[in-house]
Write a protein that binds this ligand. Structure first.
Ligand code: BGC
Length: 465
């Protein structure tokens, strides 16, 4: 998810508060504060390396269910779209009714893992009324993946809430802060976890709660669209962390051997002379770890969603939308594999947990650029492993070009695209190149051996900091 709106807002904050407070950030606690650091696990060379792809229900499933259809459901994002705040989902990818098309593509690529998310709104279209067919649909996905030798990674929340938790007129009582949300979340988990458990060894309770909460409560760009609501932001972080912990507990109760994964947005923020007081830098780096600091101890694996690095300054964020060229994605995100290396080190040092790259990818209509992006980021993972960081997997975002929130269908993240007539996924050369990587690299210890023989795109920095 892009943070450009957040930057715009921070620009205002900088103007209002000035840039003179070197250690202050408007989000609260100091990012450099003390953390209990368990000894960092060392990578085990012979352990299998997980190669995966990540997707989400809202971005992949069918066009919206209409009110006259049975099992009608709606989400907070649909309300947002209706209000003209985001592009319509329109055609969609039909992964709900035609999951086999996804499965066929996954088999061709040869991934060992696949992360998909459940739509809470589809499963619980009215508070307390569960759609058994919907639950069965997701169970079937997990089962089919398992039968195909692909390990499902089930994400229990990926950005959208059931519409009944959202009231645009009551932003402080919507979504994470709805008075009933925690009770309903538990009921939802109690319904789905036992059903999925027989086929699922990895559960991710939430996708990027840190990014979503920032964009929703500070940047005003996601429901409930509050601007610079720092107090509400903190409450939402607390609420989501509490719900994450509930989920972790329940997952272990239902299946003690299952692994709990956190999935957070971790762009690499860099200091800038245009942010002399460090306000931007402090705020953004704080946003990276704010949620994670509250839940890392209940995780078996810390997931890193990494796409880009960015100078933390007002000018840099204003420039984002105009950036184009070989070092940028079509969304103006700066390509920097070194940033991934740095984030792995930061997370490894701070939390001392095994890690996985749970999302990495690029929006581009230039597929060779995607191949290079992928190769260079995988090479950065390899370098981190070589430096003693326990990274156990890499998931590409994403399987097919899909609905990219505020960008609609205008940001091409897919290793494939959908044939509009047959709905099959047509693999791009980058998917075949991913397949080659997957076939040749089986274990953690082999990752560093990946040759990066192709030309470099992105910010060239091969030195170890
Ligand atoms: C999210 C996806 C999104 C992707 C690209 C991640 O933040 O999990 O939903 O499509 O980044 O922006």
């Amino acid at each position: 998810m892009g943070m450009c709106y957040f930057f715009r807002v921070l620009f205002l904050v900088t103007i209002v508060f000035g840039g003179g407070c070197a250690s202050w950030n408007p989000l609260g606690r100091d990012t450099q504060g003390p953390m209990p650091r368990p000894p960092r696990p060392m990578p085990v060379s012979s352990a299998p390396f997980a190669w995966g792809i990540s997707t989400s229900s809202y971005q992949y499933e069918n066009p919206d269910v209409l009110p006259q259809e049975s099992h009608y459901f709606t989400t907070d994002w649909d309300a947002f779209v209706k209000g003209g705040r985001a592009p319509a989902k329109g055609k969609a990818l039909y992964s709900w009714t035609e999951f086999d098309k996804d499965l066929a593509a996954l088999k061709k690529i040869g991934v060992s893992h696949y992360r998909f998310s459940l739509s809470w709104a589809r499963i619980e279209p009215q508070p307390g009324k569960f759609n058994e067919e919907a639950i069965e649909g997701y169970v079937a996905m997990a089962r089919k993946l398992k039968e195909a030798g692909i390990e499902p990674v089930v994400c229990l929340w990926h950005f959208t809430f059931p519409g009944w938790l959202y009231d645009p007129k009551k932003p402080k009582q919507s979504n994470w802060l709805h008075p009933e949300v925690r009770r309903r979340w538990l009921a939802y988990l109690e319904k789905v976890l036992p059903r999925l458990a027989p086929y699922t060894n990895y559960f991710a309770p939430q996708n990027e709660p840190n990014g979503q909460i920032t964009t929703a409560y500070l940047a005003g760009q996601w429901p409930p669209a509050m601007l610079l609501a720092f107090g509400t932001y903190r409450k939402a972080i607390d609420a989501s962390a509490g719900m994450f912990r509930d989920a972790a507990l329940l997952i272990k109760k239902v299946k003690p051997t299952a692994k709990v994964l956190s999935v957070e947005a971790l762009p690499c923020w860099e200091r800038s002379p245009l942010d002399p007081g460090g306000l931007f830098y402090n705020t953004m780096t704080h946003g990276n770890i704010d949620h994670l600091d509250r839940i890392w101890d209940v995780c078996d694996i810390v997931g890193i969603n990494y796409y880009y690095s960015q100078k933390a300054s007002p000018i840099s964020f204003l420039a984002e939308r105009y950036r184009r060229g070989s070092n940028y994605s079509m969304m103006g995100w700066r390509i920097n594999p070194e940033g991934l290396y740095k984030e792995i080190r930061r997370v490894g040092d701070r939390y001392g947990k095994p890690m996985m790259i749970t999302e990495n990818g690029i929006a581009t209509d230039d597929d060779p650029k995607r191949e290079l992006y992928m190769q260079n980021h995988i090479a950065a993972v390899g370098r981190a492993i070589q430096a003693g960081y326990d990274v156990r997997g890499y998931f590409s975002w994403s399987l097919a070009d899909n609905y990219e929130w505020h960008y609609g269908y205008n940001a091409f993240f897919g290793l494939s695209h959908m044939d509009p007539a047959t709905h099959s996924r047509i693999l791009k050369p980058s998917a075949l190149s991913f397949r080659k990587i997957i076939r040749s690299i089986k274990t953690v210890g082999m990752v560093p051996k990946l040759p990066v023989e192709t030309g470099f795109i992105g910010t060239q920095t091969n030195k170890t900091p």
